[in-house]
Ligand binder design. Structure first.
Ligand code: SD4
Length: 341
C-alpha cells in the first residue's frame, strides 16, 4: 500500500488534508452554491479538482463528472482502474456508469484492458441505442471507438496482493469496509492494518452553473471477486441515478446489497417525496440494515446525494465513510453519519 499512501499524500490532496486537519469537519448536510461537485471517499478531493476545471468555466455537469473520475481511473497506484486488484482468476475487470440531466445513461461492465471505462460508458450513451454493454462486446465497442487496448498486466501492488490471496484462496461472501484483508473477505473498501481505508470505487455528482445535474460511477468492483461478477456501479438505479427535476445519488460499498434495494433510485424517490438528501440516504440505509439483520454488521454501504436546489447529503451503514465537496467557496472532506456507531 506504499504506493497508495504516496498517492494520497501527493499534490493538492496532501495540502487539502493538512488544511482539513485543522478544522472540525463532522457535518453531514450542506447547502452549496452552484456549480458544485461531490464525490465519494478522500480520493474525491482529487477527482473534484479535475471536475472543477470544467465547472468553474461554466462547463456542463456531464463533462465534469466524466473528467473528474477519469483522474482516478488514470492512477495506476490506486484502486479504481487498471491498477486495481484482479478477480479470482487474476484479471482486472471494470464497471462504470454515467447519467445526464435528460435521463440519458450509459454503462459498461466486466470490461477488461480499457483505461477509461467511464468514457466508454459515455460513448455507449451517446453513440448506441443501448444503455449497457458488457465484457467482450463492451471491449470490442471501445476499441472500435478508438480506445487503446492496454496490456493485460497487473500492477506490482495488485500482483503482490493476488499472490497473497492465492495462498489463502478463501473466497467467501464479501465483507466490505468491515474487515481487513488478513485472512478475511477481500472485498473493498476495507480497513488496512495502518487504519486507512482502501476502496475501489468513485461515485461523483455535479450540478453545473445552469443547475443541471449529472453523475458518474466507476470501479474495479471487488478484489478477488468471482469471475464475471458485476456490482451495483454500472447498474443505473443501483450505483447511480439522476433525475434533474428531483436530484441525484450515487452509492459505494457492498454492491449486492445496493442492487437489492435499487439504492440510488430509491434515494432519489425519497427526495421526490420530500425528504432531504441526508434523510433520503438514511432511509435507504435503514432499509438495507433491516433486510440484512445481523449481517449488516459485516458490510458497508454509503450513499451521497444532491437535490435540485443544490442541497447535499449522505449517510452510511458504518462509520469511516466520507465524501469530498467542492464549490466556489469550499473544498472539503465531509465526515458522514452512520447507522452503526
Ligand atoms: C461494487 N460498489 O462493485 C462497488 C464496490 C465499492 O468501494 O463501492 N467499493 O460492489
Amino acid at each position: 500500500m506504499a504506493n497508495r499512501r504516496k498517492f494520497l499524500q501527493s499534490g493538492v490532496l496532501g495540502s487539502v488534508l493538512l488544511l482539513l486537519n485543522k478544522k472540525a469537519f463532522s457535518f453531514n448536510k450542506r447547502t452549496a452554491t452552484k456549480p458544485l461537485v461531490i464525490s465519494t471517499w478522500d480520493t474525491g478531493l482529487i477527482a473534484n479538482k479535475a471536475a472543477w476545471t470544467v465547472l468553474s468555466k461554466n462547463g456542463n455537469a456531464l463533462d465534469a463528472v466524466e473528467k473528474g473520475v477519469m483522474e482516478i481511473e488514470s492512477s495506476q497506484n490506486c484502486c479504481v482502474g487498471l491498477g486495481a486488484n484482479p478477480d479470482r482468476d487474476g484479471i482486472v475487470t471494470l464497471d462504470a456508469s454515467i447519467m445526464d440531466h435528460q435521463y440519458n445513461c450509459g454503462s459498461v461492465a466486466f470490461l477488461e484492458r480499457i483505461k477509461h471505462p467511464i468514457s466508454v460508458a459515455r460513448k455507449v450513451m451517446e453513440k448506441t441505442p443501448h444503455v449497457m454493454l458488457v465484457g467482450e462486446g463492451a471491449q470490442k465497442f471501445a476499441v472500435a471507438e478508438g480506445f487503446p487496448l492496454e496490456p493485460q498486466k497487473l500492477s506490482d501492488e495488485a500482483q503482490k496482493s493476488y499472490q497473497d490471496w492465492l495462498k489463502r484462496s478463501n473466497y467467501h461472501a464479501p465483507k466490505i469496509n468491515v474487515e481487513n484483508q488478513n485472512g478475511h473477505g477481500s472485498f473493498a473498501p476495507h480497513k488496512l492494518d495502518n487504519g486507512e481505508w482502501n476502496h475501489d470505487t468513485i461515485g461523483m455528482l455535479a450540478m453545473d452553473y445552469h443547475g443541471n445535474l449529472s453523475g458518474s460511477c466507476t470501479t474495479s468492483g471487488a478484489g478477488f471477486k468471482m469471475r464475471g461478477r458485476v456490482g451495483d456501479s454500472p447498474i443505473i438505479g443501483a450505483g447511480l441515478y439522476v433525475d434533474n427535476e428531483v436530484g441525484a445519488c450515487t452509492a459505494t460499498g457492498q454492491g449486492e446489497d445496493v442492487i437489492r434495494v435499487a439504492g440510488s433510485h430509491s434515494v432519489v424517490e425519497m427526495m421526490r417525496h420530500g425528504f432531504s438528501p441526508s434523510q433520503a440516504c438514511e432511509k435507504v440505509i435503514e432499509r438495507i440494515a433491516k433486510i440484512k439483520g445481523e449481517k449488516a454488521k459485516d458490510i458497508q454501504v454509503a450513499f451521497i446525494a444532491i437535490d435540485k436546489n443544490g442541497e447535499v447529503g449522505s449517510f452510511a451503514l458504518h462509520p469511516g465513510f466520507n465524501y469530498a465537496l467542492r464549490n466556489s467557496v469550499e473544498e472539503e472532506l465531509v465526515k458522514v453519519n452512520s447507522y452503526f456507531a
